[in-house]
Structure formats: C-alpha cells, structure tokens
Design a protein around this ligand. Structure first.
Ligand code: GRF
Length: 203
C-alpha cells in the first residue's frame, strides 16, 4: 500500500518525534512512513531517538549555515533526496521563510503547545507558552496541530485537544501534562489524517 513519505524536523528532546515513531509501530499511523529526521541542533536527543528507530537522521545547523537561504537549501536537498511528501515540525525551533512554506503549501504541519489563537505567534514557543497561560490565569489550555504558512502559527487548524490547568501548576508541570494528554496524541492522529487526505487527493 502506498504510504506518504514523512520528514520530521526537530530541535530538542524529540518527545513528539517519539510519539510519531510509536504511532507508526502501533498502526495509528498507517498511511505514512517516516523516512528521515532533520535536526536544526547538533546533538539533539531527537537524533538518538531516530537512530534507535533506524531512521535516517541529519543535522542542518542554522548556526553553521550562517544564513536562512543556505539553511533552507540544505534542508530542501535532504527532502528531495528522501522524496519527502509531508513535513512535520515536532519541537522544531527555527523559523522557515515564506518562500519555503509557499513551496510546500499544505505539506507542512506543526504542533503548538496551546489552543491557537491563544498564546501563539512570534515569541511563543516551548516553556514561554505555558508561562503565558499561567500568567493569564486560564483554567484550560491544550495543544493545536495546524498547517504551516508564512504567518507564525497562522495556518489552518487541523486538530486541537484541551487540557486542564491545575492549581499550583508550574510551567514545567503544565508543559508535561500538555505533551502527555494533548501533543503526543493529536500530532500522530493529525499525521494520519493528513496522509490519508494526501493519498485521496483531498489536500
Ligand atoms: C514542546 O513544548 C512542543 O510543544 C514544542 O517543542 C517542545 C519540545 O518538543 N513544539 P519535543 O519534546 O522536542 O518534541
């Protein structure tokens, strides 16, 4: 059965990558296959997770590239080589240009650790998102998977899942709960949904 070739872009611990790998093994993701992992940071633990799963892993360091064009050119070369048809940003901490996102319209998805349009956009990433949610005093937060376009966290929403904020939550505790109860579930589910739509020519 034809499967959509998936490239996962990472920068850190790779817990969302691990959720995708586990979902592929358990059959939650059956319309797609992870063919490569690309990290923007050398030594990211996500690379170890990829290696443990026997997935080709690459590092394209923004720092070493020096400029955005060279950084994206290197990523493009790997995507071409691997024949990637869907790009999943899983804890990817670098910005992708409008040129890059336009070139891959409706073929890039991202997981954001809040219920967009809350706590999103420039400057809202990682722990900062949860600090802002606690600062505001929301009782419910969660995660969103969306298509990526030229506006940070601006693309069409695919899936969301709500998570309760507990009294006394620290940003770290809240982040963990949002990952466990939301991100690690809706990213694999969204990946399967989008892969199926790609195979059916619906997106
Ligand atoms: C998580 O907060 C995720 O929401 C955000 O990046 C952080 C690290 O994710 N996108 P991971 O453990 O590297 O997948």
């Amino acid at each position: 059965m034809k499967k959509v070739k998936i490239a996962v872009l990472v920068s850190g611990g790779g817990t969302n990558l691990q959720a995708l790998i586990d979902a592929q093994s358990s059959g939650i993701i059956k319309s797609g296959k992870i063919v490569c992992v690309i990290s923007s940071k050398a030594g990211a633990y996500a690379l170890t997770r990829a290696a443990n799963a026997g997935i080709d892993a690459y590092t394209v360091s923004k720092k070493e590239c020096g400029n955005q064009a060279d950084f994206e050119e290197k990523i493009e070369r790997i995507l071409q080589k691997k024949g990637a048809e869907l790009i999943i940003l899983a804890g990817f901490m670098s910005i992708l240009s409008a040129d890059f996102t336009k070139k891959h319209e409706n073929r890039i998805i991202n997981v954001h650790p809040a219920l967009i349009p809350s706590f999103c956009g420039a400057g809202y990433y990682g722990l900062k998102v949860h600090e802002a949610a606690l600062q505001y005093g929301v009782k419910v937060t969660g995660a969103t998977v969306h298509f990526v376009n030229e506006i940070p966290d601006g693309g069409k929403i695919i899936m969301q899942r709500a998570v309760k904020v507990h009294d006394g939550d620290t940003p770290e505790k809240l982040q963990k709960r949002v990952m466990k109860q939301a991100e690690w579930r809706i990213l694999p589910a969204s990946a399967e949904l989008v892969c199926k739509k790609i195979l059916n020519g619906e997106v």
